[in-house]
Each structure stands twice: as C-alpha cells, then as structure tokens.
Design a protein around this ligand. Structure first.
Ligand code: SAM
Length: 215
C-alpha cells in the first residue's frame, strides 16, 4: 500500500529538480539487478535528503542501511569540505555496486562503507555526528536511536525512514505487521523523549525527523 496517491506523487516529482544522470543510472541498475528495489530512496526522497543536508551542512553523517548507495550519495551533497559520511550495511553482496556508484559520484574519499551489523559497528565509530539517517531493519530502530544518541551533537538531527510503514501504522493492531508495530514503538519513544523534538513528515513512506535539543 502506497501512503501517497500516485498522481500526487507524480505531481510532486514534476516540480522537484530531476535526478542526476548518475542517480538515474543507479536507480535503473538497482531495479534490474538487485532484490527488493523498492527499498531505494528514489527521486523525491533523494532530493529531500540532499536539500536537508545542504541546509545543515554536516561535517559528519552516519547512515544505517546503505543498500545500493542512492541515499548516501544524496546525503553527501551537503557535506562540508572536510566532511565525511559513514554508511553501514549488513549485506556484503551490495558492496560492489554501491562502491561503483560512490566512486563514479567522485565521493570515494568522502564516504566510508562499513559491512556488518550496524549494532556492532556503531560502537567503534569515534565520531560526533551532525546528521544520522536510519534506514535499515525496522526492529533495530529503537536500539540504533539509543546507540547514536550520545554520538549526536546537541542540535544534531536523526532522520528515520519508513515510519508510516506503507500506512500499516494506522490499521487496527491485529492487522499490523511486526515491522509496523516496531515503527510505532520507535516513534513513541522519540516523541516522549524530552531531550528531543520530532516532526513526522508524510513524505513517501514517512520520515521521522528528530532534533537533539541543545538545553
Ligand atoms: C531500505 S534499505 C536502505 C536503502 C537506502 N538507504 C536507500 O535509500 O537507497 C535497508 C538496508 O538495510 C540493511 N540492513 C538490514 N539489517 C541491517 C543491520 N542489522 N545492520 C546493517 N544493515 C542492515 C539491508 O541489507 C538493506 O540494504
């Protein structure tokens, strides 16, 4: 089930700067060669991630869930000159494809790809992040929130994808999948955290924006 009606989605895309040629090719290759291509952020969300990153101008970005590298390339567009993005994915089969496009985008020195379980890799990252994008296993979101919180600078942002989970979050509880239930628990955790401010954007599958308060 799509949350946004297709004609509204098409209208929104029409008035959004088109994908770059490189991202269009990555999109195509993902759909031709990789399982579950709907996981890729795509045109509208990709432009959103770029716009947000260009507004924040982050020095350090953490992405949890690289997949084929689409969102990492979008997020990296706003990095400062000395900025760096760390991205994590458990699926090593995707690494060659994502690395190929990251290099083609001229971002080889700006993006470090980590392969393994995010919960095991995050503790080893000695960084203070300005922006974190959570887009991996839904059952893991609450744990990732706790893990990244101390590494997020005050005033920094977490963006979490798929929080509307195909609209399942508003179905009766007995019709919700475990993933939808995990998204509700995650959103509840963030909105009741007095250290945070939240905004749930009904963009594509729902992006929860979380800001770490400064005081
Ligand atoms: C929705 S896709 C990410 C899409 C990508 N961010 C984009 O917008 O193009 C989710 C990814 O999370 C990865 N993943 C799932 N569980 C994970 C875990 N425990 N640790 C790290 N990555 C994981 C999957 O292999 C998959 O590639």
């Amino acid at each position: 089930m799509e949350v946004i009606p297709p004609d509204i989605q098409a209208f929104a895309e029409k008035y959004t700067t088109p994908e770059t040629d490189l991202l269009y090719r990555l999109h195509r290759e993902t759909y031709l060669k990789v399982e579950q291509p709907h996981m890729l952020s795509g045109h509208l969300q990709g432009r959103f991630l770029t716009m947000i990153s260009q507004m924040i101008r982050p020095r350090r970005i953490l992405e949890i869930g690289t997949y084929t590298g689409y969102s990492a390339i979008c997020l990296a567009q706003g990095l400062t000159d000395d900025g760096h993005l760390h991205t994590i994915d458990v699926n090593e089969e995707l690494e060659t494809l994502s690395a190929k496009y990251i290099a083609a985008a001229g971002l080889k020195d700006k993006i470090t790809q980590h392969t393994g379980k995010a919960s095991e890799i995050i503790p080893g990252l000695q960084e203070v992040f300005d922006l974190v994008f959570i887009d991996a296993d839904k059952a893991g979101y609450e744990g990732y929130y706790d893990q990244v919180w101390e590494r997020l600078r005050p005033g920094g942002f977490i963006l979490a994808d798929n929080v509307l989970y195909h609209g399942e979050v508003v179905l009766p509880e007995n019709e919700q999948s475990n993933n939808a239930k995990a998204m509700i628990r995650f959103a509840q955790k963030a909105v009741t955290d007095n250290r945070a401010e939240t905004l749930l954007l009904s963009l594509r599958d729902g992006v929860l924006m979380i800001r770490k308060k400064t005081h």
